[in-house]
Design a protein around this ligand. Structure first.
Ligand code: 5GP
Ligand code: ZN
Length: 114
């Protein structure tokens, strides 16, 4: 997708603070962090939202969660706890239409979310 900001980040067309990368997945710091640790983990291929996941994406999503687990440990928030968020669609609060998972940590989160 040529006009997708996260595709551009995955293709290194625009800079980001990358904390993990392999052939299918990239993770980078959120430009507007809402917690001391705030990382976005995305597939490199364009998937608009959770609604657009196919059967063939099951292992990709599993791999994304493996990376989230690793990053939580690397960032030192695994023991104290953290939050993983996927916003889907308008009411879900999704603003970038390339599926992404927020890894957030380093502070106490409230429930329910706003
Ligand atoms: P959403 O609201 O769609 O779940 O989350 C989108 C996130 O992407 C927001 O937290 C926002 O700060 C982040 N974001 C938007 N544009 C950029 C960008 O160009 N670079 C980075 N690193 N993060 C971005
Ligand atoms: Zn995209």
């Amino acid at each position: 997708m040529t006009d997708c900001i996260f595709c551009k980040i995955a293709n290194k067309e625009i800079p980001s603070d990358i904390v993990y990368e392999d052939d299918k997945i990239i993770a980078f710091k959120d430009v507007s962090p809402q917690s001391p640790v705030h990382i976005l983990v995305i597939p490199k291929k364009h998937i608009g939202s959770l609604n657009d996941l196919d059967e063939e994406d099951t292992s990709l999503i599993g791999d994304i969660f493996k990376i989230i687990k690793k990053l939580a440990k690397d960032m030192g928030v695994d023991e104290e706890g953290y939050r993983v968020v996927n916003n889907c669609g308008e009411l879900g609060g999704q603003t970038v239409h390339h599926i992404h998972f927020h890894l957030m940590g380093g502070r106490k989160f409230s429930w329910p979310p706003g």
